[in-house]
Design a protein around this ligand. Structure first.
Ligand SMILES: *Cc1c(COP(=O)(O)O)cnc(C)c1O
Length: 223
């Protein structure tokens, strides 16, 4: 069962920040997603292509699906027809493939660049420098079927709130710098169940919440 009290509490907290909520429904059943959908929430995030494909077919067509996990280039084609935002673009090659598949589907796919801000080496994403050079590249200007609308970052998995805060702060500063340089960005996706309050205080305008809404996940790996 989804926790609708928690959903509503988070929604009200978000209002003063003018931020959006993505309900992260990976590993959760269609019935659980339906409960949240029936409470009036229509944006969901998923990490696994096959699971997302299945859910997209079986759940209401006005759901906005975000892809938030590591995406392999050879799987882009399965989600390209319907995905509304790919938050986890972590290589230029992936961006090119998204562009190819978007073109085949005669649409433009919105993307966020995932930026590596955590201490852990295992988290995917561009460095600040890589991100900046990609945004300035001629290569990017040729990709007419993607639109980079913002950045996504995940903080370190730690109890140290100062560390988490400083990582979010850095990403917000970078986001502002890119915006000042003329990049047309409007989404800064940062914050999960454990750290979204800090993320909002540091300037996030999109949070991705799984376990606080749907309860713990039971499966092999977290990403
Ligand atoms: C799973 C996941 C989330 C949600 O995590 P919770 O701790 O359950 O809120 C957010 N973002 C990404 C990229 C994820 O993989």
């Amino acid at each position: 069962m989804a926790d609708l009290n928690s959903l509503n509490k988070i929604r009200s907290e978000l209002q003063i920040y003018n931020a959006k909520l993505v309900a992260v429904s990976k590993t959760k059943s269609e019935a659980e997603i339906h409960e949240v959908y029936n409470a009036g929430h229509k944006t969901f995030g998923e990490n696994y292509v096959q699971e997302l494909q299945y859910k997209q077919i079986h759940l209401p067509s006005d759901i906005e699906w975000h892809f938030i996990g590591h995406l392999q280039s050879n799987k882009v084609k399965y989600i390209a027809p319907f995905i509304s935002l790919i938050q986890s673009v972590d290589t230029a090659g992936l961006l090119k493939e998204i562009n190819n598949q978007a073109k085949k589907n005669n649409r433009i796919i919105n993307c966020l660049l995932q930026v590596h801000i955590a201490l852990e080496e295992t988290k995917f994403g561009f460095s600040f420098d890589e991100c900046e050079s990609l945004l300035q590249s001629d290569e990017l200007s040729l990709l007419n079927h993607i639109s980079i609308t913002g950045l996504m970052g995940m903080a370190s998995f730690t109890q140290n709130q100062d560390q988490v805060r400083s990582e979010f702060k850095k990403l917000k500063k970078f986001y502002d710098k890119l915006s000042d340089k003329g990049n047309n960005l409007n989404i800064l996706s940062m914050g999960m169940s454990s750290d979204y309050k800090i993320a909002l205080e540091e300037g996030s305008n999109m949070i991705r919440i799984g376990s606080s809404i749907f309860g713990e996940r039971y499966y092999k790996s977290k990403t």
